[in-house]
Design a protein around this ligand. Structure first.
Ligand SMILES: Cc1ncc(C[n+]2csc(CCOP(=O)(O)OP(=O)(O)O)c2C)c(N)n1
Ligand SMILES: [Mg+2]
Length: 192
């Protein structure tokens, strides 16, 4: 399974969610499918996309939050899984694209290439709904199930270690930040 194909498959559903991605290849691929004001690309803060998603999910229970994470990023902040489990936001879908690689910085193999199992670690951290998928059909089904279910879900999608040919974007970090902030404000019924 290619990660870009997986994101393209669920792209239509992302319109009614808030999406937070990690930096690098995931962000570039999602932007190449089509940027939306409800997408935030957490550049540089490696390992913290799920933490940002957690904060938004807790503050905005009216929204469904989707986090597109990576194996290297999750492995860098394994405590993020325990914090997710502890607060158990019912409206968070945590997708980990596991390409067994730090693809965006040259493709160094991560610990999942030597057997570490992120779904098993998520389950051991206390995330009751943690699953691994290896096919596009499996991803579609798991994602649909997560959207339809009122509970925290971690989906580890095993994907090929391939990414975009380049990382060029005309969306600056600040522009993305203000746009996303505005989206959250404008969709909040409790804001003054
Ligand atoms: C704290 C920190 N360390 C290192 C980096 C450099 N860096 C950027 S992307 C990346 C790899 C991310 O790996 P993964 O989450 O598996 O995503 P992939 O690139 O495979 O899509 C690294 C090491 C960073 N941005 N921040
Ligand atoms: Mg990776």
């Amino acid at each position: 399974m290619k990660r870009r194909d997986a994101m393209e498959l669920v792209y239509a559903d992302l319109g009614r969610c808030v999406v937070v991605t990690i930096m690098g290849a995931v962000a570039a691929e999602l932007q190449s499918i089509g940027h939306r004001p409800n997408f935030f690309y957490l550049q540089h803060a490696m390992g913290l996309a799920s933490s940002m998603g957690l904060g938004i999910a807790l503050a905005r229970p009216d929204l469904k939050v989707v986090v597109f994470d990576g194996d290297g990023s999750v492995l860098m902040n394994l405590g993020g899984l325990t914090t997710l489990a502890r607060y158990r936001p019912r409206n968070l879908v945590h997708v980990v694209f596991d390409n067994e690689s730090l693809l965006s910085v040259g493709g160094f193999p991560t610990a999942t290439s030597t057997g570490s199992d992120i779904a098993a670690m998520a389950a051991a951290a206390g995330i009751a709904r943690a699953t691994t998928v290896t096919t596009l059909d499996g991803f579609r089904a798991a994602f649909d199930d997560a959207l339809a279910t009122d509970d925290l879900t971690t989906i580890v999608a095993k994907v090929e270690a391939v990414g975009p040919s380049g990382y060029v974007t005309d969306l600056s970090l600040l522009e993305n930040r203000y746009q996303f902030q505005r989206y959250l404000r404008e969709t909040s019924h409790s804001s003054p």
